[in-house]
Ligand binder design. Sequence first.
Ligand code: P6P
Length: 343
Amino acid sequence: MSQRTLTQFLIEQQRKEAALPAQLRLLVEIVARACKTISHCVNKGALGGMLGNLTSENVQGEVQKKLDVIANEKLLEANEWGGHLAAMASEEMETIHLIPNRYPKGEYLLLFDPIDGSSNIDVDLSVGTIFSVLMAPEDVSGRAVTEDDFLQPGRKQVAAGYAIYGPQTLLILSVGTGVYEFALDREMGSWVLTNERMRIPSGNREFAINMSNMRHWAPPVRRYIEECLAGTTGPRGANFNMRWTASMVADIHRILKRGGIFMYPWDAREPDRAGKLRLMYEANPMGFLIEQAGGMAYDGNHRILEIEPKGLHQRVGVVMGDRDEVKRVVDYHHEAGLTKQAI
Ligand code: P6P
């Protein structure tokens, strides 16, 4: 059977009743092409001088890896000339990146985490690129784009996805009509459709959380995990397995493929911080994909995609994946009276 490529898929989506706008199709093609380039850099590793840290820190106060900055540059260079974007924002940049005056401005805003899980780069574990697409406000054609234009709740996303650089390089994409997986065919240089309308398998008893933070969790999270650990001797009456890759892209990809739950909840290490992960370019795009695949994405109390952002680099607690498991965690929060919005 002939292989359907990303280009063919996008053209087919354009023809569908909820036609994919031409500028959005161009955006996805360009981001996918940038991810091919990033994949090449990741795979070169030491042979391409891609490993190791820089002396700089990003806005998060984290030491930047060389690949963080290289991947960020690849995404900026690939996207600024196309005329499809009004501006971009990145985990690696404190402020938004305006489209240079020499290029036309478009109707979309692109946000990304250029390399998620970068602590895994030097030890050759899977990392990825996460991206989120919002509509720019209609009046931006007549004015400069500001950070406030990006501060839209995740339900306003028109597309989201990630590339995962592992044994295969895969692109996982949704434009609001389900979740689709494409594998990079390195010989042809094309993204080939390998999975359509992905759905999170239910009933997989596998949780992903950093257990070293257990003593800092809120009671509902401890209750849920302790019940999982109790296995057949506890209230769940079943044994659970645990995975933690320290790469959200890898953990979420596993959940999309075989089910389970991913948690990076609020914890008492920094009580004034809602969580570790970032709302705009990690939780929102991943939450969009998880919901499109039939799962749930909450901060513990509320649906992530409903959170009204207050800052570009805002952090949030994350509980997402298998609908039944996420609902159980949310119920435990509500039973404990923890129904207030994330800090
Ligand atoms: P920890 C990677 O730095 C990241 O942002 C996510 O990809 C990952 O799930 C999490 O942080 C890992 O955090 O505290 O376990 O190292």
